[in-house]
Design a protein around this ligand. Structure first.
Ligand SMILES: Nc1nc2c(c(CN[C@H]3C=C[C@H](O)[C@@H]3O)cn2[C@@H]2O[C@H](COP(=O)(O)O)[C@@H](O)[C@H]2O)c(=O)[nH]1
Length: 336
């Protein structure tokens, strides 16, 4: 049985609880959660993330000028922050930035930083609303000739961000942040209500299941890049959950925290596509949310209180450094 959770205003923990309890394809291993909580200090090390919430050195891929332009830039970053992996046996999409070959999320952030440096006003709502296919292709251009996956969906998201910003927030996401009045939960709810592409909600056996991954990470990124100041200041970040992407389940499985039914494990290890909305996909994401909640409780019990978003960041950065993990699940989706 899963423990009770006092506060869950977004309804992510409560809506995923049933999936974890009924799931038949994915399990959590409580001994391995305990073991991971005991290894945590040695794994994460004293460094961990720098005070800014951004791991040292990653700032260079993120445009930041402290103005409302940065607030719009972060919204765009997370409107496009999904699905960077190629078709089976194809090379990954990536870009060369400042002489460094980047792929995945880092390539996305760097491409959007490169765009600003090249004079493309991607922080301007009208420019986003009217962006051409050719312009977006230039923004994500790759020397390796690979096209970023789900290009058309990304163009749709760019237009949506511009249009909704102009319709609802006078072109400035900072106005939405101001309306949230310091509440991360409120801003997540605003994002999900106003921007359809952020409405990361699934259905599992006739029930609604909420993950809100890109809405939650957008708020966490605002907090990190603004170092908790002005548009990055929130009083209830402890009420956010981890962000159910494809790297966290991969690293949790690596530590034996998540276990997959042999049939599912085989499909994932052979990089077979896992349909969006399938029971297996939803069970992987729900178990990821709950495994991190149990890890958070185990860490707190050992005198290591951490927010879910801090556990998320540490696990994700760790997942970027561990070589030769078994593949992550391949669900072609705009949600993560
Ligand atoms: N759960 C969680 N998922 C995260 C992130 C990030 C980057 N954010 C941090 C980076 C710098 C700052 O510290 C930000 O906080 C990207 N992703 C997801 O990973 C996937 C990309 O993986 P790969 O293909 O290997 O690049 C994709 O689903 C993407 O949406 C996170 O932090 N947590």
């Amino acid at each position: 049985m899963l423990p009770a959770v006092e506060i869950d205003p977004l309804g992510v923990l409560s809506s995923t609880r049933g999936v974890v309890e009924e799931g038949e394809h994915v399990w959590m291993n409580s001994e391995q959660i305990q073991a991971l909580s005991e290894r945590w200090p040695e794994l994460i090390g004293p460094a961990g993330v720098s005070a800014s919430g951004l791991a040292a050195g990653y700032d260079r891929y993120h445009f930041f000028d402290g103005s409302e332009r940065s607030v719009n830039w972060i919204l765009l970053l997370d409107a496009l922050n999904f699905c960077f992996w190629p078709e089976k046996d194809q090379p990954r999409w990536g870009i060369t930035y400042q002489g460094e070959l980047l792929n995945g999320y880092w390539a996305e952030a760097a491409a959007l930083t490169r765009a600003v440096e090249e004079g493309r006003p991607i922080w301007d709502a009208a420019y986003l609303r009217d962006m051409s296919r050719e312009e977006l292709a230039l923004i994500f251009r790759s020397e390796q000739e690979q096209q970023i996956p789900l290009f058309e969906e990304r163009l749709t998201h760019v237009h949506e961000v511009g249009r909704v910003l102009l319709e609802r927030f006078d072109g400035q996401f900072s106005q939405a942040v101001a309306q949230a009045a310091g509440s991360a939960v409120r801003l997540v709810q605003l994002l999900v209500e106003a921007f359809p592409s952020f409405r990361d909600v699934a259905r599992y056996r006739q029930r609604e299941v909420r993950f809100f991954k890109r809405a939650q990470i957008c708020v966490a990124d605002l907090h990190a890049l603004f170092r908790g100041q002005n548009w990055g200041a929130f009083y209830d970040l402890d009420q956010l959950t981890i962000f159910a992407d494809y790297k966290l389940p991969q690293v949790l499985r690596h530590f034996g925290v998540l276990e997959y039914h042999p049939t599912l494990a085989k499909r994932i290890d052979q990089q077979e596509p896992l349909p969006a909305g399938s029971e297996e996909e939803i069970e992987i994401r729900a178990a990821t949310v709950w495994a991190c909640e149990l890890l958070r409780q185990a860490l707190a019990a050992r005198g290591l209180p951490m927010k879910a978003i801090e556990i998320d960041q540490q696990l994700w950065l760790l997942s970027q450094r561990i070589p030769d993990m078994r593949p992550y699940h391949r669900t072609r989706t705009i949600y993560y």
